[in-house]
Each structure stands twice: as structure tokens, then as C-alpha cells.
Design a protein around this ligand. Structure first.
Ligand SMILES: [Zn+2]
Length: 155
């Protein structure tokens, strides 16, 4: 997994201009029910790829509630669903999304609001999917408006 994370960090640094950091997060595979519990307890947790903004959110919520990944700032841990697969571009894009949050966290990057922190994560995720001829709409039912809502600060 470390080699994959290193590759993602280098890609994010080159593509998104994020500060490279090779102190990788912990990766934990959890059952969907556990993911829900992590989500409800973690204040400093960021979701993927898209629940309603703010720092403790989860997604994607396609049909019903289905959290695929979370990042916990304090624990520096990415939680992935047990079903996550390295061979799936969509699953990898979810990891890319969470790695953006990790790099934001370790670099201490400040954002105007939690939604603003999501913006580069979604952009990176979409760029990653594009490498495989895929996109957020087809893979996660996240259209431009939905992404806009989730990445825009609300007063
Ligand atoms: Zn996120």
C-alpha cells in the first residue's frame, strides 16, 4: 500500500500543487457499519466523495447511505470499505480524494470553511477518474451542481 500512497502523493503534488509529504496515513479497512460509527464519532473526519460539506461528512450517498471512505485528521487515518479494490479506478479515486485531505492536514493548510477543503479533493478525484476515461457523474452520480454545493462555503 505504501508504494501506492507514494505514487498518489507524487501525482497530487504534480497535478494539484499540493505539498508532497511521505509520512503516509494509516489505512484501515472497515465494514460499512463500522464506517458509519467512525463517521458519527469523528468530528475532524472528512468524507469521500461527497456528503453534505463540513468536516465530518460521508459519502457517496447514491441509493441510500453508503460510505466508502473517511479521513480522520487527528488519527491521520484513512478508513476504506472492505470492498475497496486497488484494481478499481473508482475505488482508487476515493483513496486519491482522501489523500488530498491527508496532505491538507499534515501541511496545516487553512481553508475558509470545510466545503472549501473539499474542492481540491473533488478536483483531484475527477482528474484521476479522467485518466481512465471516467468521471464523478458516472461513477458516483455527482454532477457539477452537486459538487459545487459541496465545495462552496455557505454563510
Ligand atoms: Zn472530502
Amino acid at each position: 500500500m505504501n508504494i501506492i500512497l507514494t505514487a498518489i502523493v507524487m501525482w497530487l503534488a504534480a497535478t494539484m500543487g499540493l505539498p508532497a509529504n511521505f509520512e503516509h496515513p494509516r489505512i484501515q479497512f472497515v465494514a460499512p457499519a463500522q464506517m458509519q460509527a467512525v463517521l458519527e464519532h469523528g468530528r475532524s473526519t472528512s468524507e469521500t466523495p461527497g456528503a453534505a460539506g463540513e468536516s465530518a461528512s460521508a459519502a457517496p450517498r447514491n441509493a441510500g447511505f453508503d460510505v466508502v471512505a473517511l479521513y480522520d485528521d487527528t488519527r491521520r487515518t484513512i478508513y476504506l470499505a472492505r470492498s475497496w479494490s486497488v484494481t478499481s479506478p473508482a475505488d482508487m479515486s476515493v483513496l486519491v480524494h482522501e489523500m488530498v485531505h491527508h496532505l491538507q492536514n499534515v501541511a496545516g493548510l487553512q481553508y475558509e470553511c470545510a466545503q472549501a477543503r473539499e474542492e481540491p479533493a473533488y478536483i483531484a478525484q475527477d482528474k484521476w477518474l479522467a485518466l481512465f476515461g471516467k468521471n464523478l457523474v458516472d461513477e458516483f452520480k455527482l454532477d457539477a451542481l452537486t459538487v459545487k454545493l459541496r465545495t462552496t462555503c455557505i454563510d
